[in-house]
Design a protein. Structure first.
Length: 103
């Protein structure tokens, strides 16, 4: 009666084994904004073209799969939480109150 859980059980919950629904919505909205900008802006200048393609490229970068994390958006959110949370950790180990004061 041993149960074996495969290592890729989380991938079965993802769309195409890579994306959450939020990731696809984010990427789709970025591509949609890029298509709208490409259709309405005059593309005579290189910088205007780069500006029009930027939303699709940025959202594509955010949903890019990364090893040991889900995607770049996940890394950036965890980095932001690490930077904005308290960085001073107080020791509360097993010997905090049990030990005697050493002179």
């Amino acid at each position: 009666m041993n149960y074996l859980i495969p290592a890729n059980t989380k991938k079965g919950q993802l769309i195409l084994g890579l994306f959450r629904p939020f990731d696809l919505i984010l990427f789709g909205s970025g591509v949609l904004v890029s298509i709208l900008l490409l259709s309405f802006l005059p593309l005579g200048d290189v910088w205007v073209t780069i500006l029009a393609l930027a939303p699709g490229l940025i959202t594509g970068f955010l949903v890019l799969p990364v090893k040991y994390y889900h995607n770049m958006l996940n890394i950036l959110v965890e980095l932001y939480e690490f930077i904005t949370n308290r960085q001073t950790y107080k020791w509360k180990g097993w010997c905090w109150r049990d030990g005697k004061k050493v002179k």
